[in-house]
Design a protein around this ligand. Structure first.
Ligand code: SDX
Length: 429
């Protein structure tokens, strides 16, 4: 490499490729013309060394355990702000003034109701459907209800669709939860803040008054902040790729929701809690650590490891603190799952295998314990992740749509299948 270009010698040719510097973090080698100049593709399954886009939204330093939303450290946003402030920041790029925040809160609050016919849409699901299946279906179905905000070429419609999703996804999530437990849907209440409204829609019943616990509401609001965005993770990349074809925003967010469901991604919080329950007691931990280290055993410690973080996930530290706050507020003195989690973390962080492979707890390791203590069933954990990540998906989708250089995403491949051959009639096979 020299100055701002790098050179590649391939096939007897020397190809010059520009190096582009970011504001912070790794520079990139622009390979856009590589195929045209060499007839060859790069090869990077899983995109471990590939920047898929330029973005100004979220920055992660995996070695230092740093996470910034529009330059602000996650620790400061979680400490001082609320989730809707983070939503405004991710969408607009700056922290809102008091007037901007009041206006944003007002607009979101007044979009929280869903079209009444959506309630009938839910009746088509089995009661024992996984709430994530219901979320993928109902978010996608928003395209069938909100036709006046599906034209992505119209900035006003893009803004309305964004407001509608940030406001209505929690309502749909609460409806998915109520539907699986056979309780009536609870309408939003405009007098409540975003997260208190969500808690009430999940846990209120017509038979009695529901009083929101402010400590739990603040804790869940902070959990939403932690989950709001995370650079070009699998589900965000799914939303960007879906959006690059010009698909409507509701369909793109439904695609991201489907991807988040996977246990290697957003489904890990549900899988991590099930793993802690399977381990059951501190005595069983060594057996599971051995399984996690055994190359022939597909078992992995759910809630551990990360493609980018090779240091402690900064969100996991805040998550752990929130877990203790919630358990204290609920008077849960000795939660056996927490005992297992704390001891598992202690053992894993001192084990050579985990140290060498730089495997640390990620955001999903403690979130399950907290959400279970709040009264959510494990099947709702990834739904809560989706509620929070909706704003991140939308902010990234919006950035892509507004990028004048954006084009449809269309990766190529290394083909190792059969070369061309002729059809043989069935009688001669
Ligand atoms: C999220 O991308 C994001 O930003 C995602 C996310 C977000 O906010 O959007 O942060 C949310 O998805 C967090 C991750 C939740 N997933 C889990 O907790 C599931 C358990 N973790 C893993 O499956 C795994 O760590 C991944 C999927 C998260 C990362 O997988 P990678 O990229 O394959 O991990 P790696 O390359 O860093 O692995 C290095 C080595 C490998 O062994 P070798 O092939 O080198 O011998 O560590 C091993 C892995 O097999 N390894 C584990 C492990 N995670 C990786 N071994 C045991 N237990 C684990 N959890």
């Amino acid at each position: 490499m020299s100055g701002n270009t790098s050179q590649l010698q391939v096939g007897g040719k020397t190809v010059d490729m520009a190096i582009k510097e970011g504001s912070v973090g790794p520079a990139v080698i622009d390979i856009a013309k590589l195929y045209a100049q060499t007839g060859m593709f790069t090869y990077d399954p899983g995109f471990t060394s590939t920047a898929s886009c330029e973005s100004q939204i979220t920055y992660i330093d995996g070695d230092k355990g740093v996470l910034l939303y529009r330059g602000f450290p996650i620790e400061q946003l979680a400490e001082h702000g609320d989730f809707l402030e983070t939503c405004y920041l991710l969408l607009e790029g700056e922290l809102p003034t008091a007037a901007q925040k009041a206006d944003f809160d007002y607009r979101i609050t007044r979009h929280t109701m869903v079209h009444e016919q959506m309630a009938r849409f839910f009746q088509g699901f089995r009661r024992d459907a996984h709430p994530m299946a219901v979320m993928v279906g109902s978010i996608g179905a928003m395209s069938a209800f909100y036709h006046d905000s599906t034209d992505i070429s119209d900035p006003h419609q893009r803004m309305i669709a964004s407001m509608r999703m940030i406001a209505k996804v929690p309502t749909l999530a609460a409806m998915a939860f109520k539907y699986t437990v056979g309780q009536p849907f609870v309408y939003p209440l405009n007098s409540l803040d975003y997260t208190s409204n969500f808690l009430r829609m999940c846990f209120a019943v017509p038979a009695e008054e529901y009083k929101v616990n402010p400590v739990l509401s603040r804790a869940l609001d902070r959990i939403f902040i932690l989950h709001a965005d995370h650079e070009q993770n699998a589900s965000t990349s799914t939303v960007r790729l879906a959006g690059s074809s010009g698909a409507n925003p509701f369909a793109c967010i439904a695609a991201g929701t489907a991807c988040l469901w996977g246990p290697a991604h957003g489904g890990a919080n549900e899988a991590a809690l099930k793993m802690l329950e399977e381990i059951g007691s501190v005595d069983n931990i060594p057996k599971y650590i051995a399984k996690a280290k055994d190359k022939n055993d597909p078992f992995r410690l759910m809630g551990f490891g990360h493609r980018v973080y090779k240091n402690y996930d900064p969100r996991a530290k805040i998550m752990q603190k929130t877990t203790h706050e919630v358990l204290n507020e609920l008077g849960i003195k000795d939660d056996p799952l927490l005992d297992v989690a704390v001891e598992l973390e202690r053992i894993a962080l001192s084990d050579e295998y985990f140290i060498e492979k730089k495997l640390y707890p990620n955001i999903d390791f403690y979130s399950g314990i907290t959400l279970k203590a709040m009264g959510f069933p494990t099947s709702m954990f990834t739904v809560l992740f989706a509620v929070a990540r909706t704003v991140g998906w939308i902010a990234q989708w919006k950035e892509m749509i507004e990028d004048p250089s954006q084009k449809i995403g269309r990766p190529r491949q290394l083909y190792t299948g059969s070369p061309q051959r002729d059809y043989t009639p069935i009688g001669r096979r």
